[in-house]
Design a protein around this ligand. Structure first.
Ligand code: ACO
Length: 436
């Protein structure tokens, strides 16, 4: 961290002595005020629920400028990565900090491919779930359970353990997601095929059956690969912060990633793509495009509790750059599958148009986020709505691991332990039960 030329001075209206606080500069983005010694110096904490103004760590992985609508992985704009690279190159970039050359990419891809199978015992574990279990309930369990299978790589403080766990997790997530799907469909699991690409192999495990040959459609393969790239990392969002906090206790990498999966499930985060598609289907049932105005009135009515899912973002106060790329992919996939007139896509376009022109959304800087289009793409591909968030977790795994490994390697890392402003009862005595 680089000290800035200026410092911050905090003064108090009650005459208590003011304190100087160091200011640090990043390579780009807002400076930070270092408040680590504030409690020791003043006996006070800072108060910031939801971390609206708090940098919880230093990181060199992903940079977002929410006002510009800019997203960089290790300095590279997401628009360039989505067009020029595939998911394996993106994983290499996030994990090791550089884009691989041909040989490096081949070597990394081979290492990942070597770990795509899961232990045969895993299917017995799956059998303990009801067939209608939500895939995210299954994923939370299966990812956590991986630590029971790989006793040789559970020491988070050992760089070799972290490395092999990273490869195993990236390799096995598609297998686990596909198994969760096949289990719910009552179909046999398909073993991975290592001659296919990462996305192609996932499609094979999802949609092939032992009864006939399955040919990967290159348009869909590329679309899935793009979904994976766009969701690979997003700096200190809720699930990534969860992974960091969980990992800060020294727990094993599989347990930390399972915590990330659990957090991602929520509809304000990864669950939004599922919620968005359910919303589109509900409006469709109400009457489709003709009912958009009525629905929008509900969204704007604070008492209705209705939100326009797939819109708004804590950081982006401009168009989410991933949403633009996903919109492109959406058109490509629908055209390739002959679904250009898909009513849900038309409905989504109508909602987007109205929202982008409506004062309510303009004033609050609410723009479509990546989930607005990713759900339509996934549905067109034939992925059931309830599996969307599990696919997000598959893609985000590399980001979680990169962030976890960065934290463990940071000499300033400590167990995460937020403090609180206590507003409960002051000390009181327990009365005997007859007197309460
Ligand atoms: N529909 C209607 N109003 C909205 C929406 C929305 N989707 N999002 C925000 N608002 C309104 C809020 O009601 C609030 O209005 P107010 O100032 O009059 O009270 C204002 O916009 C600011 O919103 P906040 O909730 O304060 O913003 P915050 O940063 O806390 O929330 C969030 C961001 C959770 C993403 C929110 O926009 C949301 O719930 N969106 C829908 C869910 C969604 O799509 N989530 C995906 C996030 S992206 C991802 O995880 C990949």
């Amino acid at each position: 961290m680089k000290l800035a030329d200026n410092k911050a001075t905090m003064s108090f209206s009650n005459g208590a002595p003011s304190v100087d606080l160091p200011v640090y500069q990043g390579s780009v983005g807002p400076d930070v005020i270092d408040i680590r010694k504030l409690y020791a110096q003043t006996g006070m904490f800072t108060y910031d629920p939801g971390f609206l103004s708090t940098a919880s760590c230093q990181s060199a992985i992903t940079y977002i400028d929410g006002d510009k609508g800019e997203l960089l992985y290790r300095g590279y704009p997401i628009e360039q990565l989505a067009v020029n690279c595939d998911f394996m190159e993106t994983c290499h970039l996030l994990l090791y900090g550089n884009l691989p050359n041909e040989a490096g990419k081949a070597e990394f891809t081979k290492r990942v491919s070597n770990h795509t199978m899961v232990n045969e015992q895993m299917q017995f574990f799956l059998r303990g779930f009801r067939r209608d279990a939500h895939p995210m309930a299954i994923m939370t369990g299966l990812v956590g359970a991986l630590s029971a299978f790989y006793h040789d790589s559970t020491d988070i403080n050992n760089p070799e353990h972290r490395e092999i766990s990273a490869i195993r997790l990236i390799a096995k997530m598609p297998t686990l997601v596909a198994m969760a799907y096949k289990y719910s469909a009552g179909q046999p699991y398909m073993y991975p095929k290592n001659n296919l690409s990462y996305a192609g192999n996932f499609m094979h495990m999802m949609f092939a059956t032992p009864c006939e040959d399955y040919v990967v459609n290159p348009v869909i393969e590329r679309a899935l690969d793009r979904i994976f790239i766009l969701h690979a990392d997003h700096e200190q969002n809720a699930s990534t912060s969860t992974v960091r906090l969980c990992g800060s206790s020294g727990t094993n990498p599989f347990a930390a990633i399972a915590a990330g999966v659990a957090c991602l499930w929520g509809p304000s985060h990864g669950g939004a793509n599922e919620a968005c598609l359910n919303m589109l289907e509900d409006i469709q049932k109400m009457g489709g495009v003709a009912k958009v105005g009525e629905f929008m009135n509900q969204v704007k009515d604070k008492n209705s509790g209705v939100k326009l899912m797939g819109f708004g973002h804590r950081v982006y106060k401009n168009y989410d750059p991933r949403a633009k790329l996903m919109q492109e992919t959406c058109k490509e996939v629908l055209t390739a599958l002959g679904l250009e007139n898909d009513p849900l896509f038309k409905l989504a376009m109508a909602l987007e148009k109205i929202a982008l022109e409506d004062d309510y959304f303009v004033q609050r800087k609410l723009y479509p986020n990546v989930d607005f289009y990713s759900g339509i793409v996934q549905r067109a591909i034939g992925i059931p709505v309830s599996l969307f968030t599990a696919i997000f977790s598959l893609a985000r795994t590399v980001g979680w691991i990169a962030q976890l490994n960065e934290m463990i390697g940071d000499p300033e890392y400590k167990i995460g332990r937020p403090r609180q402003l206590f507003t409960g009862s002051v000390k009181r005595d327990v009365l005997p039960i007859a007197q309460r």
